[in-house]
Design a protein around this ligand. Structure first.
Ligand code: ARG
Length: 358
């Protein structure tokens, strides 16, 4: 921990020259680690660390706005009730009447011999997957495991296709998780319609407006924050080309193609591709009509290249994972397809990481 702490304090002072000489702060941090086995970030260090963790996220195409991340310092909150309440507040602040704001809420870190509570959900808002006796799933198959867990904890669910999962918060490694239903005013959803095809609404599709990842550990200077949900805004393809299209998610392409009257007898008619484009048009159109921030993949790709250029001028590399950056539709139509990126360094910090086990 000491080496990582020192490296982080140096970086903080290097990138923010106004904060002066790092030596005094390094002495403080080392003394605190000596005494307690850990140390506390200042509010400024925390905000900087969270923003840089975003900047370092090799899979994220939306990094141009990393400096604007709103950091909620909630390190004093460590009870499941308090965490749940603050997650609801997070969603309200991020939803912001449709003008989505990137927000992170940082709860208590792991301390030596005292792991922090964890949110078991992958995202603060996600739809349940209800397993049927025949092995199929009603709803989002990606939300089946959490729905199972919540039901084991006495969650009384509906049986619908778009039931918002409760938050499941586990206070400690040997404690039972508790569940919390999300209040209506914390979750906004958009019903999907198509600008030209009236029948589209009959598919009964919808999606929530704030993608808030809640199962990653934020690591800064050797300190792990396992409960630090963060969000940006959606890019249309995440919903239109993955969540609603993937065969192991909502798998809607056949239904859309049938309504479009396409010949689905052979792959060569490209019926899947045509249905996919119409589905993505519907997603972008519906969010626009609802006044909710959403990027299209062409625009977001251009922004990402601007981000790389800007970082380069500051002398910093932008590690990126090509297979995550290139959008899942029309890859070759976007500029991000036609180039290579700085290599991904798994040791780069601060970072968002797959969550550390208890
Ligand atoms: N792809 C995920 C989803 O569809 C969300 C990942 C984060 N996305 C974002 N735009 N910040 O729910």
């Amino acid at each position: 921990m000491t080496a990582q702490a020192v490296e982080f304090v140096r970086q903080f002072h290097r990138e923010r020259p106004a904060s002066g000489d790092p030596r005094e702060r390094i002495r403080q941090v080392l003394a605190e680690i000596d005494r307690t086995g850990s140390y506390r970030h200042t509010a400024e260090e925390l905000a900087f660390g969270a923003r840089v963790a975003w900047r370092n996220s090799a899979r994220c195409i939306g990094r141009l706005y990393w400096r604007s991340l709103l950091v909620r310092d909630l390190r004093h909150v460590d009870s499941p009730d308090g965490i749940a309440e603050q997650c609801f507040q997070h969603l309200r602040a991020a939803g912001n009447g449709g003008r989505i704001r990137p927000v992170i809420s940082v709860f208590a870190p792991d301390r030596p011999g005292h792991p922090a509570p964890r949110i078991l959900n992958q995202q603060l808002v996600r739809y349940a997957g209800h397993r049927q006796p025949d092995g199929t799933v009603v709803g989002d198959p990606a939300g089946a495991e959490l729905a199972d867990r919540a039901k084991r904890s006495q969650w009384k669910s509906g049986e619908g296709r778009f039931d918002v999962l409760p938050l499941l918060i586990q206070p400690g490694p040997d404690a039972e998780p508790r569940w919390y239903e999300l209040p209506d005013d914390a979750v906004r959803e958009v019903r999907l319609s198509h600008p030209e095809h009236g029948w589209f609404t009959e598919l009964g599709l919808r999606w929530y407006t704030v993608p808030a990842i809640s199962d990653m550990t934020l690591e800064i200077g050797g300190i792990r924050y396992p409960t630090a949900p963060f969000n940006g805004w959606y890019m249309g393809t995440e919903i239109g080309a993955r969540n609603l299209a993937d065969a192991d998610r909502y798998d809607m392409l056949t239904a859309v193609a049938e309504r479009l009257g396409l010949d689905t007898s052979t792959a060569r008619t490209l019926w899947r591709d045509r249905a996919l484009v119409e589905l993505n048009i519907a997603v972008l159109h519906s969010f626009q009509e609802a006044g909710v921030t959403m990027a299209d993949h062409h625009t977001e790709s251009e922004r990402f290249l601007r981000h790389i250029a800007q970082e380069e001028r500051l002398g910093r590399p932008t590690p990126a994972d090509w297979s995550w950056i290139v959008p899942p539709v029309s890859g070759g139509l976007t500029p991000v397809y036609h180039r290579y990126y700085d290599p991904v360094d798994p040791d780069l910090r601060p970072a968002f990481l797959a969550r550390n086990p208890w």
